[in-house]
Design a protein around this ligand. Sequence first.
Ligand code: AMP
Length: 265
Amino acid sequence: MRRFFSRYVTRQKFTTGAISKLKEQPRIPVDSIISSTTRSTTSTTHPSNEKFMLILGKPGGGKGTISSKILKDFPDMEHISTGDILRQHVRDETELGKEAKEYMDHGDLVPDEVMIRLVLDYSTNSIGNGKHLLLDGFPRTIKQAAALDESINVDVVVDLNIPTEIIVERIADRWIHAASGRVYNYSYNPPLNHGKDDESGEDLVQRYDDKPKTVRKRLDAYDKATSPLIQYYEKKGVLKTFSGTMSDKIYPEVKKWLNKMGMNR
Ligand code: AMP
């Protein structure tokens, strides 16, 4: 699998190639991004102790917070957040970043082809290294999930179910330090000085896609494109939904379940 990833997907594509170029490239149909050779040899298995885990949930619904708690308790876990990766590209002003920004700022999903390649690229070093992998923000469409299924056996899916009105309130309270991406929330993780980053003292800003109109579009995109994934993974028997409003209350249940699913490190 690793050999396949490195052959077809290189980080360079994302630093020098634009989304439009990626979309134009007809030579690798999305469905064959993961080769049939890989399928037949590694099939849907991966080294026995490595678990492959996903976290699903509405934008602003605490995926990042729950993920960081998981990482603390399960140190043998690598975390890949597609939102974080894309925002880093935007900050670095790469070609990918410039074009992804258009979609992100409007609350739209970045095209599947681009996301699938991006994730495969970033997973290259994380698969087969003895660590669990936690994917946060991917898949977000059935097409992305199907592409993932071609090579990877998803073991565990944590689905966070947070009421929409709570999310809208929370997002309004979320401010960031643009240069570093550090995230604050005025309700539960405020900066030491109002409006200022703790480390640099620079001004905090609101993420462009956290503005109310964009948030509504992101929630819509979740309902239309992403929520069908709940059923998709439910059918596979790997998903558990955690409902609530406070991550401190939800997380102990998540941890208990992860232990039950065999994640013990
Ligand atoms: P997040 O921080 O996970 O909410 O992601 C921020 C934005 O990045 C989303 O609103 C999308 O525009 C884009 N994005 C992140 N992950 C994906 C994905 N798997 N598919 C499409 N777009 C994505």
